[in-house]
Ligand binder design. Structure first.
Ligand SMILES: Cc1ncc(COP(=O)(O)O)c(C=O)c1O
Length: 403
């Protein structure tokens, strides 16, 4: 089977052995990035590409967005940032997550921006940087109501006061994270925003310089809390064309950049009353036309959608019947026909304009779009396409490679 993808910077035809792929539309990714940038200007956009770029492929997405001129990347772990540096990406990278003292030299070596989420962590960084004769680039993290990492807003002064003694730390940013910006009731999010403003005011009173990057907004706040945009917004799920929740006001127009598809590999007519799949949970009182699709929970598809989910085959919607197995699942195609090789869409739009939305898939699986995307695992090949006129800027032939 031949697919057109971008490999080593060039659009080429090549053989993909697996009939199941996640197809990423790079032009759509670029369009989403531009839509967000336009919506938040003069603030800038920090592209959040942790967790394999929300399933879209860390290095290909990082390379592509770097070529689009993104100002900053964010990842969760130092290993993710290292992979981006190893791929030759020079854009600044903020690592959100917590770290152990022995990891600090890796941050410095790869010129990464470190989140200092306590006085102790800041001092540790300062000592290691001093020992290595380096200057560490730091974003201070405050907990204004998320209840995760960061210095509690009530004791924010302790961290801001400690800055003066840390001569090997450049405080480039101050940030906090919102817990409920994706809800219709924004009371708590606004309280967090007010606490963040207090922290910034105190920072000024201390005589500390105003850092270059003050940031608070995630995708939900990009859409519905403009007062949180500050100098840069941390765009995650919105970048990939997905809204954080059904309640979020869709003030920025984006479209999904990922389509998950496979092909029919088997067809048979099951006799009446013949059960389908593990547990024999489904049977039909008539002979049933059943096809098999070679995808399962071993790929990050969800067993929870057994007997609930739907897929598109040749652009028409059909129910998944019986349990989703590790490597395959079955679909009842009614009175219709389907042949080996026919297209199956698990997520996204078919050429006929029919679609399986990420919101539906999330509902069937009892989860949220974030988990659907990040769950698509490494057994599913990613292929990269451009479908609009907005071609990526290939330079030096190193834009993308298969993952
Ligand atoms: C600190 C931080 N900022 C921003 C984001 C991006 O969030 P979203 O994908 O909702 O835009 C995340 C993701 O979880 C995060 O942990």
């Amino acid at each position: 089977m031949h697919e057109t993808g971008i490999y080593d910077g060039a659009l080429v035809e090549r053989e993909i052995l697996r009939p199941t792929v996640a197809e990423i539309d790079l032009a759509q990714l670029a369009a989403n990035y531009r839509a967000i940038q336009q919506a938040v200007a003069p603030a800038r956009v920090m592209a959040t590409i942790k967790a394999n770029a929300y399933g879209h492929g860390l290095v290909p997405v990082g390379r592509y967005l770097a070529h689009q001129g993104v100002d900053y990347f964010a990842v969760a772990f130092v290993e993710e940032a290292q992979a981006l540096r190893a791929a030759g990406i020079k854009t600044p990278i903020l690592v959100f997550g917590g770290f152990l003292a022995e990891q600090i030299p890796q941050f410095l070596e790869h010129d990464l921006t470190i989140t200092a989420s306590s006085v102790e962590k800041l001092q540790q960084i300062d000592r290691v940087a001093a020992g290595l004769g380096r200057q560490a680039r730091i974003h201070l993290k405050f907990d204004t109501g998320m209840g995760r990492v960061g210095v509690q807003y009530a004791t924010a002064k302790t961290l801001l006061d400690a800055v003066a003694d840390c001569t090997h730390c450049e405080i480039e940013g101050i940030y906090s994270h919102l817990a409920t910006a994706d809800e219709a009731d924004l009371t708590h999010a606004r309280l967090q925003a007010a606490r963040f403003a207090d922290i910034l005011a105190y920072n000024q009173q201390c005589g500390n310089p105003t850092p270059r990057w003050r940031h608070l907004a995630n995708s939900a706040a990009i859409c519905q809390l403009p007062e949180t945009h500050y100098d840069i917004v941390r765009a995650g799920i919105l970048l990939y064309g997905v809204y954080p929740s059904p309640e979020v006001k869709r003030t920025v127009t984006v479209k999904p950049a990922l389509r998950w598809r496979s092909r029919v590999v088997y067809f048979k007519i099951q006799p009446a009353d013949h059960p389908v799949s593990y547990g024999s949970t489904w049977r039909h009182d008539q002979p049933a036309r059943i096809v098999t699709v070679p995808v399962g929970y071993g790929d990050g598809y969800f067993r929870a959608i057994s007997d609930r989910g739907k897929v598109l085959i040749n652009g028409r919607r059909y129910p998944i019947v019986g349990r989703v197995c590790m490597d395959q699942f079955m679909v009842h195609i009614g009175q219709d026909s389907a042949y080996n090789g026919d297209e199956v869409i698990l997520l996204g739009e078919s050429d006929t304009g029919e679609r399986i939305t990420i919101e539906e898939l999330s509902e069937w699986a009892g989860t949220i779009p974030y988990e659907i995307l990040t769950n698509i695992n490494g057994r599913v090949p990613r292929i990269y396409k451009e479908t609009s006129d907005n071609r990526p800027q290939t330079s030096e032939g190193d834009l993308l490679s298969e993952v």
